[in-house]
Design a protein around this ligand. Structure first.
Ligand SMILES: [Zn+2]
Length: 190
């Protein structure tokens, strides 16, 4: 799925408990972290016609980051830096797995390639997870899921008092939440 969809899914997980801003950032962002292994795409694209192309995207995407090893590493970071360590650690684990689940369900390439998830890496390459019902990356179910998550995130912003805007600007987030509460009322009064 697209990074924005992953981020929205991670944010809903981050809103499942009352966390500090720092903990929410950790839990929310980790839903996008697996796709860091796709950053080799520009390099592969730029060298595709050279005599010695660098296949950093084909070789490493869904290999380096989409596995239990990175999930545990992210949990470890959450356990060290979060304010509510165990809650944030558990939600970090869940947030990371919303990414894997999303890719398993809706990341089929246009050429039909399923981008298997080597879940047990770096400990073992025995599991290469795919799902026979997987739909394409640019298809309506992904659009529908993204729209549904956007609606949920707006509701959570009204209810919980924070949105993914706080990842970029806490001031913009406050303006957004205040606007929602002016329009729809204060959740404490309902
Ligand atoms: Zn991914």
């Amino acid at each position: 799925m697209h990074p924005v969809t992953h981020l929205l899914a991670g944010w809903t997980v981050a809103s499942a408990a009352k966390l500090s801003h720092r903990d929410r950032v950790v839990v929310g962002i980790v839903a996008v972290v697996p796709d860091m292994d796709g950053l080799g795409f520009p390099v592969e694209f730029a060298t595709r016609n050279s005599a010695d192309p660098l296949l950093w995207y084909s070789d490493y995407h869904h290999v380096l980051g989409h596995n239990i090893g990175l999930a545990l590493f992210c949990c470890g970071i959450a356990l060290v830096i979060a304010d509510r360590r165990w809650t944030a650690g558990l939600l970090t684990f869940l947030s990371f797995h919303t990414h894997l689940l999303g890719d398993l369900a809706g990341s089929r390439a246009a050429d039909g390639y399923q981008w298997p998830i080597p879940y047990l890496e770096p400990f073992s390459d025995a599991w290469q997870l795919t799902w026979s019902g997987q739909w394409g990356l640019s298809t309506w179910p992904n659009t529908a899921i993204s729209i549904a998550l956007m609606g949920l995130v707006v509701y959570l912003a009204w209810w919980r008092g924070h949105s993914p805007l706080s990842l970029f600007s806490r001031r913009a987030d406050r303006v957004f939440v205040t606007t929602l509460r002016c329009r729809f009322g204060n959740p404490d009064a309902q």
